[in-house]
Write a protein that binds this ligand. Structure first.
Ligand SMILES: O=C(O)[C@H]1O[C@H](OP(=O)(O)OP(=O)(O)OC[C@H]2O[C@@H](n3ccc(=O)[nH]c3=O)[C@H](O)[C@@H]2O)[C@H](O)[C@@H](O)[C@H]1O
Length: 429
């Protein structure tokens, strides 16, 4: 086989040229190549000169999420956060697509305050419910930024775009029993996320006043009833409770060092329309309707387990009163200028109801008999009873619960049936 065997067999694609012509041909190809390379280099240099490297914040903003940023996004953020009148509040609501977050955001927006929502739409329970709540929020004029409270770049960006007067911090890993399955999630949201939010809030100029959700669970094994803010809270019964208690300590630190105005609200088993499917009243309703057995816990001495169930509208009124009475933070840009307000309030109903009674009310409303399995309270973080003393909240912020369990559950069941049967009521408020 000769070297000619390597030549292509199709004559038109390969020409054997005399030396001079071959040289000229190579020269022409070389200069074309040089021309293209120079053009490419010039364009590249031109691009480098015209686009300076992104600042660290821009870079990580782009890296960490593609879901925010840009002029259209900023316009939506500003519009949502703008109050209708000059005296209105400008509130960042974290956990806005959550149960309490949705109700509070809509109530604020309805009375004319500016509200920007933030929610990470995590999968702790069906995100479809959170998306449905987001639909409600949008219809009320509340834009929800999809992001996490641990994302410092995003939080700083939000504070750059909007001068928030208040933060209503409701984003949290909720649920007492789930803490045994996923402890990290509680530390991540209720501790790390809260610190991150406070870091950004304390650095803001002006600093916002922060109102946040603590929990009745901080009373833990306390046996003195009703639970008063003065009672011990150093015996948490679950990691959830421990992280909420830690949150109160952390908040105090930011108040003490940086002059942030902080108000913690200890919610007592909040229930109502658009509620959380991981809560007993919600999944009892679902299971009773399906004819499935429900497990009703009883105390070790065969007594009833009771909760101070609090209706969502009462909680919303409490949140709004806390926001309205919060004094301004005294610091600015991370520097304390004087002492600032620090408050903790119980927001409960003041009338504990045994869980067995809750089931009886549901049976009546659903017109179905529940298949009950009575079980001793497992050692999973649940406490035997909760009972709020609300004198402090009543005296200082005018909190007054109005809805009893039967009335509240009636409203919940009405919503539940509408939402789950896909009737028109699905989107009603
Ligand atoms: O106040 C709070 O700070 C907390 O309230 C809520 O916790 P809880 O009061 O524990 O509500 P929830 O789970 O509805 O159980 C209600 C009752 O049903 C009993 N229960 C529960 C499950 C079951 O299968 N059987 C049963 O009897 C159970 O023993 C209990 O007695 C929030 O979830 C929590 O995030 C936090 O906000």
């Amino acid at each position: 086989m000769s070297h000619l065997d390597d030549l292509p067999s199709t004559p038109g694609k390969y020409k054997v040229l005399p030396y001079g012509a071959l040289h000229n041909h190579r020269y022409l190809r070389l200069s074309k190549l040089t021309l293209w390379a120079s053009l490419f280099l010039a364009l590249f240099l031109f691009y480098l000169v015209l686009s300076p490297p992104p600042s660290p914040s821009r870079r990580s903003l782009n890296d960490s999420s593609a879901k925010y940023g840009g002029s259209h996004w900023e316009k939506q953020v500003r519009k949502s956060a703008r109050p209708r009148s000059s005296g209105g509040l400008t509130v960042l609501v974290t956990g806005a697509a959550g149960f309490v977050g949705t109700h509070v955001s809509i109530a604020l927006r309805r009375r004319g305050d500016g509200v920007l929502g933030l929610d990470n739409f995590n999968r702790y329970y069906d995100p479809k419910l959170k998306r449905a709540r987001q639909g409600l929020l949008e219809r009320s004029g509340v834009f929800v930024v999809e992001g996490d409270i641990n994302d410092a770049v995003l939080l700083r960006k939000l504070f750059d775009v909007v001068l928030f007067t208040h933060v209503m911090h409701l984003a949290a890993q909720a649920g007492v029993r789930y803490a045994m399955q996923n402890p990290g999630s509680y530390v991540n949201s209720n501790i790390a996320g809260f610190v991150n939010l406070l870091e950004v809030s304390k650095a803001a100029s002006p600093q916002p006043a922060v109102v946040w959700a603590s929990s009745s669970s901080v009373y833990g094994l306390n046996t003195k009833v009703p639970f008063s803010e003065k009672d011990r809270t150093d015996q948490p019964a679950s990691l959830y409770a421990a992280t909420k208690k830690a949150g109160e300590g952390i908040a105090h630190t930011y108040n003490h060092i940086y002059g942030l105005s902080l108000t913690g609200l200890r919610f007592f088993t909040v229930y109502g329309p658009w509620g959380r499917p991981d809560m007993a009243y919600f999944f009892f309703t679902k299971d009773i309707l399906k004819g499935k057995t429900i497990t009703v816990f009883e105390s070790p001495d065969k007594g009833s387990v009771a909760r101070d169930f609090t209706y969502i509208d009462d909680i919303v009124r409490g949140c709004l009163r806390a926001l309205d009475t919060a004094e301004k933070s005294t610091g600015s840009g991370g520097k304390k200028k004087g002492p600032a307000m620090f408050r903790i309030y119980n927001l409960g109903n003041t009338s504990p109801v045994p869980v067995s009674k809750l089931v009886t009310i549901l049976e009546k409303l659903l017109k179905m008999k529940a298949k009950r399995k009575i079980m001793p309270l497992p050692r999973n973080g649940d406490v035997e009873f909760t009972h709020a003393n609300i004198t402090l909240a009543q005296t200082e912020i005018g909190y007054k619960p109005e809805v009893d369990l039967e009335t509240g559950l009636k409203k919940f069941v009405k919503w539940y049936m509408g939402f789950h049967t896909g009737s028109k009521k699905k989107s009603s408020w």
